[in-house]
Design a protein around this ligand. Structure first.
Ligand code: TTP
Length: 198
C-alpha cells in the first residue's frame, strides 16, 4: 500500500512535464531531485542506445535511502540516424524543425526504475509526423519559445500540435513519460495512486 507505510517515490527529474504527467495518473512523488549529467551522444551511438544510456546514467547518479523507489527518464528525438537533443539556440531549433518538417521522426523515451538493488528499464518509441512547415509559421512558432528545454525543439503538448496530424505510439511518452508503462513499472515496486492516501 502506498502512503505512510509504503515505499517513498523519488522522481529523479527536473522536468515539470514529468511531474505533471505523474499527477495525471494520481502519483505524487515524495521527493523531486535530479543530477546534472553529460548528455552528449557518443560517436556513432544509436538513438536507442543513447536514450537508454542517459536514462540509466540519471538513475545511477542519485543516492537512494533503503526502500526508496527512484524514477528517471530520458526523451530524445531521432530523424533517421540523427539524434536531436535539446537545441542550444533558436537557430538550432530552427534547423531541427526544418529537418522534421514534412516527414516522420521517432521520439524515444527510456524509463528507469531503481528499487531494492534492482534496476528496471523500458524503452518506448513513438513515430510522429510533421506536415511541411512554412518559413513564416516556423518563425512565429520559434517566437513562442516553446523550443527551449525540449528534445527536438518542439512540444507536442503546445502550439506544435498544429504541425502534427498523426502519431503512432504513446502521446505521453512524447511529452516525457509513457504513462501506461511507467505506471506498470512503479506498481511492480509498490507505488500506486495516492488518491486514498492520507
Ligand atoms: C518531443 C518533446 C519533448 N518534450 C520534453 C520532455 C523532456 O522534458 C525534454 C527532453 O529532455 P530530457 O533530457 O528527457 O529531460 P529534462 O532535461 O527536461 O529533465 P531531466 O533530465 O531532469 O529528467 O523534452 C516535451 O515536453 N514535448 C515534446 O513534444
Amino acid at each position: 500500500m502506498p502512503g505512510q507505510d509504503g515505499p517513498r517515490l523519488v522522481l529523479g527529474s527536473a522536468s515539470p512535464r514529468r511531474l505533471e504527467l505523474l499527477a495525471q495518473i494520481g502519483i505524487v512523488p515524495d521527493q523531486v531531485r535530479h543530477a546534472d549529467i553529460d548528455e552528449t551522444p557518443l560517436k556513432g551511438e544509436s538513438a536507442r542506445g543513447y536514450v537508454r544510456r542517459i536514462a540509466l546514467a540519471k538513475a545511477a547518479a542519485l543516492e537512494l535511502a533503503p526502500g526508496d523507489v527512484l524514477l528517471c527518464a530520458d526523451t530524445t528525438v531521432a530523424v533517421g540516424r540523427r539524434i536531436l537533443g535539446k537545441p542550444a539556440s533558436r537557430a538550432e531549433a530552427a534547423l531541427f524543425m526544418r529537418l522534421m518538417s514534412g516527414r516522420r521522426h521517432r521520439v524515444l523515451t527510456a524509463v528507469v526504475v531503481r528499487h531494492a538493488g534492482r534496476t528496471r528499464e523500458r524503452l518506448v518509441e513513438t513515430t510522429v509526423r510533421m506536415r511541411p512547415i512554412g518559413a513564416a509559421e516556423l518563425d512565429a512558432y520559434l517566437d513562442i519559445g516553446d523550443w527551449q528545454g525540449k528534445a527536438g525543439g518542439y512540444a507536442i503538448q503546445g502550439a506544435a500540435a498544429a504541425f502534427i496530424p498523426w502519431i503512432q505510439g504513446s502521446f505521453s511518452s512524447v511529452v516525457g513519460l509513457p504513462l501506461s508503462e511507467t505506471a506498470a513499472m512503479l506498481a511492480a515496486s509498490g507505488i500506486t495512486m495516492k488518491e486514498s492516501a492520507p
